[in-house]
Design a protein around this ligand. Sequence first.
Ligand code: IPD
Ligand code: CA
Ligand code: CA
Length: 259
Amino acid sequence: MKKIEIVKNIVLEAGKIVKEGFYAKKKVTHKSLVDLVTDYDVKTENFILDALAKEFPEYTLVGEESHHGTYHHDKVIYIDPIDGTTNFVHGIPHLAISIGVWDHGTPRMAVVYNPILDELFWAVAREGAFKNGSRLSVSTQVKLQQSLIATGFPYVKVDRGLEYHWVIQSLTDLLPNIRDIRRLGAAALDLCYLAEGKTDGFYEIDLKPWDVAAGILILLEAEGRVSNSSGKIFDFDDKGLVASNGKIHAQLLKYLRPI
Ligand code: IPD
Ligand code: CA
Ligand code: CA
């Protein structure tokens, strides 16, 4: 079986656990004041780690709920068992399992799955990006003023520090110059919706590799663009991520300060 089919099957199986949890009573605990984790995040991650370890023994597995140490490895699979945990806890069906396979700093394979809506996004490097079998491509929008832009807010906003001020400044500068803003609550899906052409741009700070490792490849394979907040090649160590359909990228960067 092709490797991508193996990853898709693992994600579809894991989706059953997440879907069961969505409708069930869950044990919710706090990682910080507003950052939540549930027993289903942990259960789903454990299932995925076991399954991937059998099929991809040569890879280091970096899962949100269990990783420690560096994010950087030559062959690495980044796993977010539930991206959009806040939505999951509040009964909002916008969340996904995200798995991104990277070799030597380059994305190779990606799967993002929303088990509640049964939407499966996937990509293989140089083979395109797909949603449930249909090929994806970014929007054709060229005007920032007519663009729908997604964003997210880092959990550390509660500290009212640098990150909070950057978020507010960005909104102040950008909002009058775009059609509207969306804060949907799952960064992996923000990148997939951009790949699909539903939105035209996306930016956020403080994202972790498991939030974006899969979505980046899906977007790139749909002919989109990703950079850091200075317009340079995005690295997992960068604080800011800016993504777009490519056509509005320079206009979007103009209203976001380098961080
Ligand atoms: C979060 C979501 C959210 C983003 C946060 C992430 P989680 O992931 O992707 O959209 O704004 O920065 O941490 O905690 O639900 O896995
Ligand atoms: Ca996440
Ligand atoms: Ca998560």
